[in-house]
Design a protein around this ligand. Structure first.
Ligand code: TXA
Ligand code: MG
Length: 313
């Protein structure tokens, strides 16, 4: 059910959970001041309680009272990238942030989204927690119809059209003496060089398993029901459908969906979750994905999402 900005604000203030658009993906929103609504988010998504939520704010004055302190470069990063697709993990004042939000950790993720509707709602409601508006483990939602596919046609959604980025925010964490990337996202690693003077290291699955900063990061993510064959061209013929690039040729005998152009990773990012969802809608059993693309910028995020989506169950 599509709702207006005013209905979105009223519902959130009454302690309801609704979906709202951001520039990255749609979020399932609840007020930080409503513990029951926060619990309901975990139930609706079937989200493990060990996977914490990101707190969204419309300006720094909504965040400052919640944080315990600010790591070096925090203000420069906020100045450069907020509002926008960056989440920063900060130490918090534990008595001011419900422990369900942060899965019992002494930190929380913060983001100031860029979408005008999200900012309008946040200005009126104050901080909102917002995980991506999809059932846990499934591809994120980048259009209102994706939210309705997961939560039902009567679920309240503020319609902001399709998300301009199509990939979740990049998550930074300060592990002294440097910031590291906990989750690749809509900002490539190179984006931070000019502010930090270095490119943050990317936490890999291997380093994550040896010292997870947050247990939730190990859960299955972004996956369609279809089996994904990633990049091994000898297996292309086993697939019902090929996900490829518009400038390449693939065997004409197979169904082909284009993720976009190799010249425009932003376009590929924008299409990614819609195509992963379409595989299931069209009952594709096996899809082959062209993984031969550059390994830099947001291509790294696209590669990581496809790898996670294709992990064996
Ligand atoms: O773009 C986005 O970030 C979207 C939109 C709606 O803002 N939100 C989003 O939320 O992607 P979600 O819940 O799908 O992903 C949040 C990630 C999780 O992987 C979680 O483990 C991590 O953030 N996270 C949250 N709080 C954390 C913390 N205190 N320490 C480490 N990781 C944390
Ligand atoms: Mg998510």
């Amino acid at each position: 059910m599509r709702i207006s900005v005013q209905e979105a604000i009223d519902n959130l203030q009454k302690g309801q959970v609704i979906a709202i658009p951001t520039e990255t993906v749609y979020g399932l929103a609840a007020s930080l001041a409503c513990p029951d609504a926060i619990k309901q988010i975990f139930a609706l998504k079937n989200r493990p309680p060990a996977n914490p939520l990101i707190i969204h704010v419309s300006d720094l004055s909504q965040l400052i009272p919640l944080a315990a302190n600010f790591p070096p470069h925090f203000h420069a990063l906020a100045q450069a990238f907020w509002p926008g697709p960056l989440t920063m993990i900060l130490p918090i004042q534990p008595d001011r942030v419900d422990s369900h939000v942060r899965a019992g950790l002494e930190t929380a993720g913060f983001r100031m989204p860029h979408h005008p509707l999200a900012l309008k709602v946040l200005e009126a409601t104050g901080p909102l927690v917002m995980p991506s508006a999809n059932l846990s483990g499934r591809p994120s939602a980048t259009e209102p119809a994706h939210v309705e596919a997961d939560f039902g046609i009567t679920f309240p959604v503020l319609d902001g059209g399709s998300c301009s980025k199509g990939l979740e925010s990049t998550i930074l964490y300060f592990r002294s003496p440097e910031w590291i990337i906990l989750r690749l996202g809509a900002l490539g690693p190179e984006a931070f060089q000019s502010v930090l003077g270095y490119q943050p290291l990317i936490q890999t699955k291997e380093t994550l398993q040896s010292q997870p900063l947050c247990p939730g990061q190990l859960f299955r993510h972004y996956a369609p029901k279809a089996k994904l064959l990633l990049g091994d061209s000898s297996r292309m013929s086993q697939a019902d459908c090929i996900l490829g690039f518009s400038e390449r040729q693939y065997p004409a005998s197979q169904k082909q969906w284009m993720m976009g152009s190799l010249a425009c990773p932003e376009e590929v990012a924008k299409n990614l979750y819609r195509l992963l969802r379409q595989l299931d809608q069209e009952h594709i059993q096996v899809a082959w994905i062209d993984m031969d693309f550059p390994k830099q910028g947001i291509w790294l995020t696209i590669a990581e999402r496809l790898q996670r989506a294709g992990e064996p169950r």
